[in-house]
Design a protein around this ligand. Structure first.
Ligand code: HEM
Length: 125
């Protein structure tokens, strides 16, 4: 509803700083060949098609991650700050909020709630 779907990435949104294009993971997964290759790194979507032959680590590792979330392998390699800077030029949008992994922080809140309930029981008895 309030989101911009992937099919509209051609021109729309360019030059408008405030609008973010959201992509479903399903959409990203289709871009998994040498013809067109997208990756997700930390919730952001990158079209790295033109970077494929330029990657210092080779194209094979990128093709292995094609269309998927490459955050872990990107971090495992320990890429330099130059490499992180390079990401910006391939950025095309964010992963759709519905496809983001849930925040693990909610577990902490739940245990606090439990402790409060326990003390409430003692106090009321
Ligand atoms: C668009 C995303 C990526 C960019 C912009 C990028 C950029 C770079 C750059 C600039 C280097 C040279 C070393 C450095 O400066 O850190 C490098 C090396 C390398 N990258 Fe990437 N990379 C990307 C994604 C990945 C992914 C997903 C993998 C998956 C495993 C990967 C694996 C490697 C490896 C194995 C090397 C060689 C490291 C070495 O020889 O020491 N890269 N990359």
């Amino acid at each position: 509803m309030a989101t911009v779907e992937a099919s509209d990435s051609d021109g729309k949104g360019q030059g408008v700083d405030t609008s973010v294009t959201y992509y479903r993971l399903e959409e990203v997964a289709k871009r998994n060949s040498m013809k067109e290759i997208w990756l997700v790194i930390h919730g952001r979507v990158y079209d790295i098609t033109r970077f494929l032959n330029e990657h210092p680590g080779g194209e094979e590792v990128l093709l292995e991650q094609a269309g998927a979330d490459a955050s872990e392998s990107f971090e495992d390699v320990g890429h330099s700050s130059d490499a992180r800077e390079m990401l910006k030029q391939y950025y095309i949008g964010d992963v759709h909020p519905n496809d983001l992994k849930p925040d693990s922080g909610s577990k902490v809140r739940r245990s606090h709630l439990f402790l409060l309930c326990v003390s409430n029981v003692y106090i009321s008895i």
